[in-house]
Write a protein that binds this ligand. Structure first.
Ligand SMILES: C[S@@+](CC[C@H](N)C(=O)[O-])C[C@H]1O[C@@H](n2cnc3c(N)ncnc32)[C@H](O)[C@@H]1O
Length: 259
């Protein structure tokens, strides 16, 4: 069952997820390139969102490869037309991903929204061919605590806790991802983490601002932040004088065993 709070059918969802992609795609593309996904590969992009990585993978694998992009809500993926891309509505917790086996399976910023992240990881591993690569990227907001602005810190902690409320998880969970994946029998495991330094008024700042706009009622209902403090934070996010730390993108990769 999905606990996702940020519906892709919201009127500004495409803008919001495009801003997320601008923040994260350079990190993701570097990691996928290092894993060696190349021409002819068959790929699965789970929870593809607005689809930038699915589209980029289509270029990497070329006409002899193929990409399946899934999401519980494919509203932002359906308009994409590429000859080697298949878009499918699918809940990664509920059933096996369609179209297996894959040479490469990737998911980003999904697991903290799920009540059963281990079940989703297991489905992704099972969808790999022997020797195929899994790359998971998840956010852990620990760098936020080291930001100098008290308003930013209070805002971010209240916001991310609100976002994951329906799933019963927290946004400081990705630190446990390495041992979770390591227990699942993959080989050639590796990991890395990286976080953006955010200036007010930047695309990354606008991503968190739009997330707060979408979640405003739920955030205020938690009582963690009063409306004037929230509005102060939203103003701060537009100020070029703000410099703060965003969530750390924690990447874990590994290969399905050949036997
Ligand atoms: C924060 S967005 C990340 C989108 C994209 N992976 C990215 O990093 O740009 C989370 C995405 O997960 C999708 N999602 C949430 N629960 C899901 C589930 N159970 N199965 C598949 N997709 C899911 C949402 O619809 C949304 O598109």
């Amino acid at each position: 069952m999905s606990g996702y709070a940020l519906d892709n059918s919201w009127e500004h969802a495409n803008r919001r997820l495009t801003l997320l992609e601008r923040m994260l795609d350079p990190m993701t593309q570097r990691r996928i390139t290092l894993l060696g996904v190349s021409q002819g590969a068959r790929c699965l992009e789970v929870a593809a969102g607005s689809g930038s990585i699915a589209k980029w993978l289509c270029e990497q694998v070329g006409p002899t490869g193929s990409v399946v992009a899934t999401d519980i809500n494919t509203a932002l993926l359906d308009p994409i037309r590429l000859p080697n891309l298949e878009v499918l509505q699918h809940d990664i917790v509920a059933s096996e991903p369609p179209g297996a086996p894959f040479d490469f399976v990737h998911s980003r910023w999904l697991l903290h929204h799920l009540r059963e992240p281990e079940q989703a990881i297991r489905q992704m591993i099972d969808a790999l061919r022997p020797g195929g690569w899994l790359l998971l990227e998840e956010v852990d907001f620990f760098p936020v605590h080291a930001s100098s602005s008290t308003v930013f810190r209070e805002f971010m902690v209240a916001l991310v806790n609100t976002v994951v409320r329906p799933s019963g998880r927290d946004c400081f969970w990705a630190r446990t991802l390495p041992e979770t994946v390591a227990a699942m029998g993959l080989e050639e495991l590796g990991g890395a983490g990286e976080f953006p330094v955010i200036q007010g008024g930047s695309p990354a700042a606008e991503f968190f601002e739009l997330t707060a706009v979408q979640m405003r009622d739920q955030l205020l209902a938690t009582g963690a932040l009063a409306a004037p403090r929230l509005d102060e934070a939203l103003q701060l996010l537009q100020s070029p004088d703000l410099w703060a730390f965003g969530g750390a993108n924690i990447a874990i990769w590994g290969r399905r065993r050949f036997n």
